[in-house]
Design a protein around this ligand. Structure first.
Ligand code: ARG
Length: 403
């Protein structure tokens, strides 16, 4: 049995109750660790105080915003990672960075287990546990919420009885998870996939701007480095784009996705910066990547997104794919212009010092230097096999396909 546990602490009801519950029920010491990945949180001092009030022997807050942006979001952006073609992996990307800090804290504080506050129905338990096993196969993982069988009302009562200062209401309508890369909002009336998401769920994508504007995003080797010529760190670029693009009311996703545990789930997201950056990055790649590289990369991008979604950030396949993706980004340097209008964000231009777009090949004007005469033989040979088939078999075929 574990003696000392480092808990991934959010400051919310479940993880606050989990601190005391593990002390009482499992007889362990609890170190509470909150990882700042850019989520909207209570003041971190208040969060620390709450963990101590719940009984934690230590309450630590780690600022991981830059690290999250540079080491977790940036690789996903290079891969244009979108689960099931739509979801930019907001929550899925934050779990491995949280686990990295959990494991580091477990080593530092001599703990023999880590714990998380996830339920048994979601993806986040998978990500916490698989990532922990990958980084620290010897550590135990405890999931108190999954097994304690308390309703929300029970938990509130538990907090009250143990004098844990928490402001929770009996009815918590939505399950919300957020960080720099965006916001996920589930549950409540949205559990009916036909129900329109209530206006109140949107926070980052309230349309307040009416004046159209352009934004120029600069990339260096696949990573965003500037906005309108101003060089900024990745975390600041994301924050800025969330504010600007979000103010045009753009960046929402409403989808039903397949969770790892086999449940279909109605999800709503708002991630203006993520969607704008992926769109811009993918567009820049269209002029910087040679055709076959571009297509092959696009072919396995969905697989890369699945690995992240399914908790396999720390895995040999993901690592090997990173080498390929990094290599593909060598010349993905340049700028993309986005045009913003209420409820719309579009690419209106792209340029790069490494662009493979050749004006003299593409133009229909006088500057044209494409060798037109080469096309005749090329096209004849390209179609030769089909032409032979048509002459020998196609015309005789009885299934009607050739007619
Ligand atoms: N469905 C998303 C995912 O699996 C969002 C999960 C949000 N987590 C939460 N605890 N509300 O990545």
């Amino acid at each position: 049995m574990a003696k000392r546990v480092v808990l991934a602490y959010s400051g919310g009801l479940d993880t606050s109750v989990a601190v005391r519950w593990m002390i009482e029920e499992l007889g362990v010491e609890v170190v509470a660790l909150a990882v700042d990945v850019g989520q909207a949180s209570d003041d971190w001092d208040v969060v620390r105080e709450r963990a101590r009030a719940a009984g934690a022997v230590e309450a630590i807050v780690v600022d991981a915003r830059e690290e999250f942006a540079e080491n977790f979001v940036a690789p996903a952006l290079k891969a244009n990672a979108m689960y099931e073609g739509r979801y930019p992996l907001v929550s899925a990307l934050s779990r491995p960075v949280i686990v990295k800090h959990l494991v580091e804290a477990a080593r530092f504080h001599g703990a023999d287990a880590v714990a998380h506050g996830c339920t048994g129905k979601g993806n986040d338990q998978v990500r916490f546990e698989v990532s922990t096993r990958a980084l620290a196969p010897d550590l135990e993982v405890i999931a108190p919420v999954r097994g304690w069988g308390m309703t929300r009302e029970d938990s509130i009562l538990y907090a009250y009885r143990h004098e844990i200062p928490i402001q929770a209401t009996k009815e918590k309508v939505y399950s919300i998870d957020d960080n720099l890369w965006g916001r996920a909002i589930e549950c409540g009336e949205m559990e009916d996939p036909w129900a329109v998401p209530p206006k109140g769920v949107w926070l980052l994508t309230q349309q307040t701007e009416t004046e159209p504007r352009d934004l120029v995003i600069g990339f260096d080797k696949g990573t965003p480095v500037s906005v309108d010529g101003e060089r900024l760190g990745m975390a600041d670029i994301i924050a800025k784009l969330n504010a600007v693009v979000g103010s045009y009311g753009w960046g929402r996703i409403d989808m039903v996705e397949n969770r790892r545990v086999g449940i279909k789930s109605r999800e709503t997201y708002e991630c203006p910066a993520a969607l704008a950056l992926i769109m811009a990055h993918r567009d820049l790649e269209s002029i910087c990547l040679e055709r076959d590289l571009d297509r092959e990369k696009a072919r396995f991008e969905p697989r890369y997104a699945e690995l992240i979604y399914d908790g396999l950030w720390f895995s040999p396949l993901k690592k090997a794919m990173d080498s390929f993706i990094d290599s593909s980004q060598e010349f993905v340097t340049g700028e993309v212009r986005l045009h913003l209008e209420p409820n719309s964000c579009e690419v209106t231009g792209r340029r790069s010092e490494h662009s493979l777009y050749d004006y003299e090949l593409a133009t229909y004007d006088a500057e044209d230097n494409f060798r037109h005469e080469d096309s005749a033989g090329f096209v004849r040979l390209w179609g030769l096999s089909v032409q032979t088939w048509a002459a020998r078999q196609g015309t005789k075929s009885t299934d009607g396909l050739s007619s």
